[in-house]
Design a protein around this ligand. Structure first.
Ligand SMILES: CCCCCCCCCC/C=C\CC(=O)SCCNC(=O)CCNC(=O)[C@H](O)C(C)(C)COP(=O)(O)OP(=O)(O)OC[C@H]1O[C@@H](n2cnc3c(N)ncnc32)[C@H](O)[C@@H]1OP(=O)(O)O
Length: 285
């Protein structure tokens, strides 16, 4: 069972709803549609231009995931992007640059919430990665049960944090190690590698590479295979495999937040994030 996580979810769900009311935005940043396959929802990320994780976007994402988790008609979710430029550009650098410790604390808690909600989901999660996917953006694929990447040279995927002068948190590193192994993670994380599709498949950070126009249909056919397994057996097995990794975050959330806030508040870290953001703005196509 998941008593610790269940407790956190209940408490955090209330916080999310309060936060959602605070934003009161008219923009729909997450679109949920039923698919042609019964019991399967397609969740489209739509925070233009690059699905960077703003606090508002994270909040909307968590609320939608919670609704799907609690709706017994759904057994699986395909997560994809509705932004032509990216699957996700990861953490919105404006959320972790030039703000105060209270803001960093709130932001990190919400990012942890998203990770827990995804990693311990009872539903089958398939990432249909139809665009570039960098750093924090990999949170969704790495917590999914299966990853399909579009075969396009622009569709780079990986944890490139070190290139920004920061380090991926342990709860990004652990799923990566679980998926691609210790040595490959050591290499990929230290060098901040962003893998093009063929290399991503070879190292194992994705399970399948298909032409971009087949990502969605492939996700549906893979989902059908996963849904052929009785839910209770699959869920018990998923939980058995993932619980030790999830427990590390559940048990050390507060320390992790403190570490993040003190790390991100350093002048040297702020400077290198600002430089990276400025470089992104210069390198326009
Ligand atoms: C003791 C230790 C404790 C633990 C410490 C933890 C430390 C922190 C860990 C933080 C965890 C994760 C970090 C991250 O996720 S950082 C984000 C990393 N992301 C990236 O490197 C991707 C950056 N983006 C791109 O490479 C490209 O934008 C793209 C996705 C490939 C798309 O390219 P494009 O040419 O099609 O579009 P582009 O013009 O670049 O972008 C459009 C506009 O979007 C802005 N933008 C892009 N990415 C971000 C972002 N992540 N945050 C904010 N804004 C972003 C970009 O600047 C453009 O804006 P504008 O149009 O110029 O205004």
């Amino acid at each position: 069972g998941l008593p610790d996580a269940a407790f956190w979810w209940k408490e955090r769900a209330t916080c999310c709803k309060v936060r959602a009311r605070r934003f009161g935005s008219q923009r729909q940043l997450v679109v949920v549609e039923p698919s042609s396959t019964a019991g399967v929802a397609v969740l489209k990320l739509k925070n233009l231009p690059v699905n960077s994780f703003s606090l508002e976007f994270l909040t909307e994402l968590i609320i939608n995931l919670e609704k799907l988790e609690n709706d017994k008609t759904f057994r699986g979710i395909i997560i994809t992007s509705d932004c032509p430029k990216a699957f996700s550009a990861g953490v919105d650098l404006r959320e972790i640059c030039g703000k105060n410790p209270a803001h960093y604390t709130e932001y990190w808690k919400v990012l942890q919430d998203l990770w827990l909600r995804l990693y311990l989901s009872n539903l089958v999660l398939i990432s249909a990665i139809n665009g570039p996917c960098a750093a924090g953006g990999c949170l969704i694929p790495l917590t999914s049960d299966y990853r399909i990447l579009a075969d396009n040279p622009k569709c780079l995927i990986g944890l490139n944090e070190t290139r920004l002068g920061i380090s991926a948190p342990f709860w990004f590193k652990d799923p990566l190690v679980n998926i691609i192994g210790h040595r490959a993670s050591e290499h990929a994380l230290q060098l901040g590698l962003l893998f093009p599709p063929a290399e991503a498949l070879q190292v194992g950070i994705v399970d399948k590479v298909v032409p971009k126009d087949q990502v969605q249909s492939t996700a549906l056919s893979v989902m059908t295979q996963w849904l052929a397994i009785p839910d209770h057996a699959r869920q018990l097995t998923k939980n058995m495999i993932r619980k030790p990794t999830a427990d590390l975050l559940v048990k050390h959330r507060d320390t992790d937040i403190q570490n993040f806030v003190s790390f991100i508040s350093r002048d040297s870290i702020q400077k290198s994030l600002q430089m990276y953001l400025a470089k992104l703005k210069q390198n326009k196509d």
